[in-house]
Design a protein around this ligand. Structure first.
Ligand SMILES: [Zn+2]
Ligand SMILES: [Zn+2]
Length: 328
Protein backbone atom coordinates (compact mmCIF):
# COMPACT_ATOMS: atom_id res chain seq x y z
CA UNK A 1 0.00 0.00 0.00
CA UNK A 2 2.92 2.29 0.82
CA UNK A 3 4.50 1.63 -2.58
CA UNK A 4 1.32 2.08 -4.59
CA UNK A 5 0.23 5.29 -2.85
CA UNK A 6 3.81 6.61 -3.02
CA UNK A 7 3.76 6.04 -6.77
CA UNK A 8 0.33 7.66 -7.24
CA UNK A 9 1.49 10.73 -5.28
CA UNK A 10 4.82 11.04 -7.07
CA UNK A 11 3.45 10.70 -10.58
CA UNK A 12 0.53 13.06 -9.84
CA UNK A 13 3.19 15.68 -9.10
CA UNK A 14 5.50 14.88 -12.03
CA UNK A 15 2.95 14.10 -14.77
CA UNK A 16 0.18 16.34 -13.40
CA UNK A 17 1.38 19.33 -11.39
CA UNK A 18 4.65 19.61 -13.29
CA UNK A 19 4.50 18.50 -16.92
CA UNK A 20 0.75 19.00 -17.51
CA UNK A 21 -0.19 22.09 -15.52
CA UNK A 22 3.07 24.00 -15.02
CA UNK A 23 4.46 23.41 -18.51
CA UNK A 24 1.41 22.42 -20.61
CA UNK A 25 3.53 19.83 -22.39
CA UNK A 26 0.37 17.84 -23.29
CA UNK A 27 -3.41 17.90 -22.84
CA UNK A 28 -5.24 15.52 -20.52
CA UNK A 29 -8.78 14.16 -20.35
CA UNK A 30 -10.79 15.44 -17.36
CA UNK A 31 -10.71 12.02 -15.67
CA UNK A 32 -6.90 12.04 -15.72
CA UNK A 33 -6.82 15.63 -14.41
CA UNK A 34 -9.16 14.66 -11.58
CA UNK A 35 -6.89 11.72 -10.77
CA UNK A 36 -3.84 14.02 -10.61
CA UNK A 37 -5.74 16.62 -8.54
CA UNK A 38 -6.71 14.02 -5.90
CA UNK A 39 -3.36 12.21 -5.54
CA UNK A 40 -1.55 15.53 -5.93
CA UNK A 41 -3.52 16.97 -2.99
CA UNK A 42 -2.46 13.92 -0.99
CA UNK A 43 1.18 14.72 -1.78
CA UNK A 44 0.58 17.91 0.24
CA UNK A 45 2.65 20.35 -1.78
CA UNK A 46 -0.07 22.99 -1.94
CA UNK A 47 -2.75 23.32 -4.63
CA UNK A 48 -1.98 23.12 -8.34
CA UNK A 49 -2.42 26.91 -8.58
CA UNK A 50 0.23 27.69 -5.96
CA UNK A 51 2.59 24.98 -7.18
CA UNK A 52 2.46 25.91 -10.87
CA UNK A 53 2.69 29.62 -10.10
CA UNK A 54 5.89 29.12 -8.10
CA UNK A 55 7.31 26.66 -10.58
CA UNK A 56 6.83 28.93 -13.58
CA UNK A 57 8.63 31.65 -11.65
CA UNK A 58 11.42 29.17 -10.91
CA UNK A 59 11.88 28.62 -14.65
CA UNK A 60 11.80 32.26 -15.73
CA UNK A 61 14.10 33.41 -12.92
CA UNK A 62 16.19 30.29 -12.38
CA UNK A 63 19.05 30.82 -9.87
CA UNK A 64 18.07 34.46 -9.24
CA UNK A 65 18.65 35.04 -5.52
CA UNK A 66 15.34 36.83 -4.92
CA UNK A 67 13.02 36.04 -7.80
CA UNK A 68 13.50 32.24 -7.99
CA UNK A 69 11.27 30.93 -5.15
CA UNK A 70 13.62 28.01 -4.42
CA UNK A 71 16.84 29.41 -5.79
CA UNK A 72 19.78 26.99 -5.74
CA UNK A 73 22.05 30.02 -5.33
CA UNK A 74 20.83 30.18 -1.71
CA UNK A 75 22.32 26.77 -0.98
CA UNK A 76 21.14 23.18 -0.58
CA UNK A 77 18.90 23.53 2.48
CA UNK A 78 17.12 26.63 1.31
CA UNK A 79 16.27 25.16 -2.10
CA UNK A 80 15.36 21.80 -0.55
CA UNK A 81 13.01 22.77 2.26
CA UNK A 82 14.11 26.05 3.85
CA UNK A 83 12.08 28.18 1.44
CA UNK A 84 8.92 26.64 2.90
CA UNK A 85 9.92 26.63 6.55
CA UNK A 86 11.16 30.18 6.98
CA UNK A 87 8.90 33.17 6.89
CA UNK A 88 9.92 33.93 3.38
CA UNK A 89 7.63 35.42 0.79
CA UNK A 90 7.75 33.08 -2.17
CA UNK A 91 5.01 35.19 -3.82
CA UNK A 92 2.90 32.08 -4.29
CA UNK A 93 -0.27 34.17 -3.99
CA UNK A 94 0.64 36.06 -7.13
CA UNK A 95 -1.34 34.17 -9.76
CA UNK A 96 -0.54 36.53 -12.65
CA UNK A 97 1.54 33.87 -14.42
CA UNK A 98 -1.12 31.15 -14.39
CA UNK A 99 -4.23 32.77 -15.86
CA UNK A 100 -4.61 29.79 -18.20
CA UNK A 101 -4.94 27.41 -15.24
CA UNK A 102 -7.68 29.49 -13.66
CA UNK A 103 -9.88 28.38 -16.55
CA UNK A 104 -9.47 24.71 -15.59
CA UNK A 105 -12.51 23.75 -13.50
CA UNK A 106 -10.70 20.82 -11.83
CA UNK A 107 -7.77 23.04 -10.82
CA UNK A 108 -10.15 25.61 -9.33
CA UNK A 109 -12.17 22.92 -7.55
CA UNK A 110 -8.99 21.43 -6.05
CA UNK A 111 -7.82 24.89 -4.96
CA UNK A 112 -11.16 25.62 -3.24
CA UNK A 113 -11.35 22.31 -1.37
CA UNK A 114 -7.61 21.81 -0.92
CA UNK A 115 -7.59 21.48 2.89
CA UNK A 116 -10.54 19.02 3.12
CA UNK A 117 -8.96 17.01 0.28
CA UNK A 118 -5.59 16.89 2.08
CA UNK A 119 -7.26 15.64 5.27
CA UNK A 120 -9.45 13.15 3.47
CA UNK A 121 -6.61 11.69 1.42
CA UNK A 122 -3.92 11.74 4.14
CA UNK A 123 -5.96 10.57 7.12
CA UNK A 124 -9.22 9.20 5.72
CA UNK A 125 -7.67 6.96 3.08
CA UNK A 126 -4.92 5.39 5.25
CA UNK A 127 -7.42 4.75 8.05
CA UNK A 128 -9.87 3.18 5.60
CA UNK A 129 -7.08 0.99 4.16
CA UNK A 130 -6.05 0.06 7.71
CA UNK A 131 -9.63 -0.84 8.57
CA UNK A 132 -9.80 -3.09 5.51
CA UNK A 133 -6.57 -4.94 6.29
CA UNK A 134 -7.00 -4.99 10.05
CA UNK A 135 -4.13 -2.69 11.10
CA UNK A 136 -5.27 0.91 11.35
CA UNK A 137 -2.22 2.24 13.21
CA UNK A 138 0.27 0.44 10.94
CA UNK A 139 -1.49 1.71 7.85
CA UNK A 140 -1.68 5.25 9.22
CA UNK A 141 2.05 5.28 10.03
CA UNK A 142 3.19 3.73 6.75
CA UNK A 143 0.69 4.96 4.16
CA UNK A 144 -0.09 8.19 5.99
CA UNK A 145 3.06 9.47 7.66
CA UNK A 146 6.14 7.71 6.23
CA UNK A 147 4.80 7.87 2.67
CA UNK A 148 4.29 11.63 2.99
CA UNK A 149 7.83 12.23 4.29
CA UNK A 150 9.36 10.07 1.54
CA UNK A 151 7.24 11.61 -1.19
CA UNK A 152 8.03 15.14 -0.01
CA UNK A 153 11.79 14.67 -0.06
CA UNK A 154 11.78 12.97 -3.46
CA UNK A 155 10.11 16.06 -4.96
CA UNK A 156 12.30 18.46 -2.99
CA UNK A 157 15.44 16.77 -4.38
CA UNK A 158 14.57 18.25 -7.77
CA UNK A 159 14.85 21.78 -6.43
CA UNK A 160 18.00 21.07 -4.43
CA UNK A 161 20.14 18.12 -5.64
CA UNK A 162 19.10 18.39 -9.30
CA UNK A 163 20.59 21.90 -9.26
CA UNK A 164 23.85 20.78 -7.60
CA UNK A 165 24.81 17.21 -8.49
CA UNK A 166 25.22 15.91 -12.04
CA UNK A 167 26.28 16.81 -15.54
CA UNK A 168 25.24 19.64 -17.86
CA UNK A 169 25.12 18.27 -21.40
CA UNK A 170 22.66 20.79 -22.88
CA UNK A 171 23.34 24.13 -21.24
CA UNK A 172 25.53 25.69 -18.57
CA UNK A 173 23.54 28.91 -18.42
CA UNK A 174 21.85 27.70 -15.22
CA UNK A 175 22.63 25.27 -12.37
CA UNK A 176 20.23 22.50 -13.47
CA UNK A 177 21.82 19.03 -13.85
CA UNK A 178 21.13 15.67 -15.45
CA UNK A 179 21.49 12.88 -12.93
CA UNK A 180 20.56 9.22 -13.61
CA UNK A 181 20.55 8.23 -9.93
CA UNK A 182 18.23 11.07 -9.02
CA UNK A 183 15.91 10.05 -11.87
CA UNK A 184 15.34 6.72 -10.06
CA UNK A 185 13.85 8.47 -7.05
CA UNK A 186 11.94 11.17 -8.85
CA UNK A 187 9.94 9.36 -11.52
CA UNK A 188 12.36 10.53 -14.22
CA UNK A 189 12.71 14.16 -13.24
CA UNK A 190 16.43 13.78 -12.61
CA UNK A 191 17.13 14.90 -16.17
CA UNK A 192 16.78 18.47 -15.04
CA UNK A 193 19.40 20.06 -17.31
CA UNK A 194 17.45 18.95 -20.37
CA UNK A 195 14.22 20.04 -18.69
CA UNK A 196 15.41 23.59 -18.00
CA UNK A 197 16.38 24.23 -21.60
CA UNK A 198 13.41 22.42 -23.23
CA UNK A 199 10.69 22.77 -20.58
CA UNK A 200 7.80 22.38 -23.02
CA UNK A 201 8.87 18.84 -23.97
CA UNK A 202 6.76 16.16 -22.27
CA UNK A 203 9.93 14.12 -21.75
CA UNK A 204 12.70 14.87 -19.25
CA UNK A 205 14.83 11.82 -20.01
CA UNK A 206 14.86 12.40 -23.73
CA UNK A 207 16.95 9.41 -24.79
CA UNK A 208 15.02 6.16 -25.14
CA UNK A 209 17.12 4.38 -22.51
CA UNK A 210 16.86 7.12 -19.88
CA UNK A 211 14.70 6.10 -16.93
CA UNK A 212 11.73 8.44 -17.12
CA UNK A 213 8.57 6.57 -16.04
CA UNK A 214 6.62 9.83 -16.22
CA UNK A 215 7.22 10.14 -19.97
CA UNK A 216 6.21 6.47 -20.45
CA UNK A 217 3.09 7.07 -18.41
CA UNK A 218 2.09 10.14 -20.47
CA UNK A 219 2.81 8.24 -23.67
CA UNK A 220 0.74 5.30 -22.37
CA UNK A 221 -2.12 7.65 -21.49
CA UNK A 222 -2.02 9.04 -25.04
CA UNK A 223 -2.44 5.51 -26.40
CA UNK A 224 -5.49 5.13 -24.14
CA UNK A 225 -6.79 8.47 -25.49
CA UNK A 226 -6.51 10.08 -22.05
CA UNK A 227 -3.71 12.40 -23.17
CA UNK A 228 -3.13 14.24 -26.45
CA UNK A 229 -0.97 16.89 -28.07
CA UNK A 230 2.28 15.56 -26.56
CA UNK A 231 4.91 18.22 -27.23
CA UNK A 232 8.39 17.28 -28.42
CA UNK A 233 11.28 19.56 -29.23
CA UNK A 234 12.85 18.80 -32.64
CA UNK A 235 15.78 16.36 -32.72
CA UNK A 236 17.82 19.03 -34.43
CA UNK A 237 17.48 21.53 -31.57
CA UNK A 238 18.36 18.85 -29.01
CA UNK A 239 21.41 17.65 -30.91
CA UNK A 240 22.53 21.21 -31.60
CA UNK A 241 22.35 22.09 -27.90
CA UNK A 242 24.55 19.06 -27.09
CA UNK A 243 26.95 19.87 -29.89
CA UNK A 244 27.28 23.51 -28.82
CA UNK A 245 28.11 22.48 -25.25
CA UNK A 246 30.70 19.96 -26.46
CA UNK A 247 32.19 22.61 -28.73
CA UNK A 248 32.36 25.12 -25.91
CA UNK A 249 34.01 22.65 -23.48
CA UNK A 250 36.51 21.40 -26.04
CA UNK A 251 37.42 25.00 -26.89
CA UNK A 252 38.19 25.67 -23.22
CA UNK A 253 40.42 22.59 -22.96
CA UNK A 254 42.43 23.02 -26.14
CA UNK A 255 45.31 25.49 -26.18
CA UNK A 256 47.06 24.73 -29.46
CA UNK A 257 46.00 27.10 -32.27
CA UNK A 258 45.97 24.35 -34.86
CA UNK A 259 43.75 22.11 -32.74
CA UNK A 260 41.34 25.00 -32.17
CA UNK A 261 41.15 25.69 -35.90
CA UNK A 262 40.46 21.98 -36.51
CA UNK A 263 37.80 22.01 -33.83
CA UNK A 264 36.00 24.91 -35.46
CA UNK A 265 36.21 23.36 -38.89
CA UNK A 266 34.85 20.02 -37.68
CA UNK A 267 32.10 21.77 -35.75
CA UNK A 268 30.93 23.59 -38.90
CA UNK A 269 30.97 20.37 -40.95
CA UNK A 270 29.02 18.45 -38.30
CA UNK A 271 26.51 21.24 -37.86
CA UNK A 272 26.00 21.40 -41.64
CA UNK A 273 25.44 17.65 -41.81
CA UNK A 274 23.05 17.82 -38.88
CA UNK A 275 21.04 20.56 -40.58
CA UNK A 276 20.83 18.61 -43.80
CA UNK A 277 19.84 15.43 -42.00
CA UNK A 278 17.13 17.20 -40.08
CA UNK A 279 15.70 18.75 -43.28
CA UNK A 280 15.64 15.31 -44.93
CA UNK A 281 14.10 13.74 -41.87
CA UNK A 282 11.31 16.30 -42.07
CA UNK A 283 10.86 15.49 -45.76
CA UNK A 284 10.65 11.80 -44.93
CA UNK A 285 7.93 12.44 -42.37
CA UNK A 286 5.98 14.56 -44.83
CA UNK A 287 6.42 11.93 -47.55
CA UNK A 288 5.04 9.33 -45.18
CA UNK A 289 2.01 11.49 -44.50
CA UNK A 290 1.59 12.17 -48.23
CA UNK A 291 1.82 8.48 -49.08
CA UNK A 292 -0.80 7.63 -46.50
CA UNK A 293 -2.97 10.42 -47.84
CA UNK A 294 -2.67 9.07 -51.38
CA UNK A 295 -3.47 5.54 -50.22
CA UNK A 296 -6.48 6.86 -48.38
CA UNK A 297 -7.75 8.91 -51.31
CA UNK A 298 -7.62 5.89 -53.62
CA UNK A 299 -9.26 3.52 -51.16
CA UNK A 300 -12.81 2.17 -51.19
CA UNK A 301 -13.24 3.46 -47.69
CA UNK A 302 -12.71 6.97 -48.95
CA UNK A 303 -15.43 6.64 -51.65
CA UNK A 304 -17.78 5.16 -49.07
CA UNK A 305 -16.90 8.00 -46.68
CA UNK A 306 -17.97 10.61 -49.27
CA UNK A 307 -21.22 8.74 -49.99
CA UNK A 308 -21.98 8.36 -46.34
CA UNK A 309 -21.47 12.06 -45.68
CA UNK A 310 -24.22 12.84 -48.20
CA UNK A 311 -26.49 10.09 -46.87
CA UNK A 312 -26.03 11.38 -43.35
CA UNK A 313 -27.07 14.89 -44.33
CA UNK A 314 -30.18 13.61 -46.07
CA UNK A 315 -30.98 11.31 -43.19
CA UNK A 316 -30.59 14.15 -40.70
CA UNK A 317 -33.17 16.18 -42.64
CA UNK A 318 -35.51 13.21 -42.67
CA UNK A 319 -34.91 12.64 -38.97
CA UNK A 320 -35.88 16.23 -38.27
CA UNK A 321 -39.10 15.78 -40.21
CA UNK A 322 -39.81 12.49 -38.44
CA UNK A 323 -39.25 14.05 -35.04
CA UNK A 324 -41.82 16.69 -35.84
CA UNK A 325 -44.32 14.21 -37.30
CA UNK A 326 -44.09 15.59 -40.83
CA UNK A 327 -43.11 12.33 -42.49
CA UNK A 328 -46.55 10.76 -42.26
ZN1 LIG B 1 14.83 23.55 -11.61
ZN1 LIG C 1 9.79 22.48 -14.68
Amino acid sequence: MFAVVFMFNGTAITAGYHRLWSHRSYKAHWSLRLWFALWGAMATQNSVLHWASGHRRHHTNVDDYDKDPYSASRGFWFSHIGWMLRSYDDKSNDFSGIKDLQKDAIVMWQHKYYIPLVILMNIGLPVLLGYLNGDILGSFLLVGVLRLVASHHCTFFINSLAHIWGRRPYTDKNTARDNDILALFTWGEGYHNFHHIFASDYRNGVRWWQYDPTKWMIWGASKMRLASGLKKVSDFRIQKARLDMEYKRAGQNLTCEKALAQLEEQYEILLGALKEWSALHQQKLEAKAEELKKQWENSEAHTRYIELKKTLQEQQARWYLARNGHLV
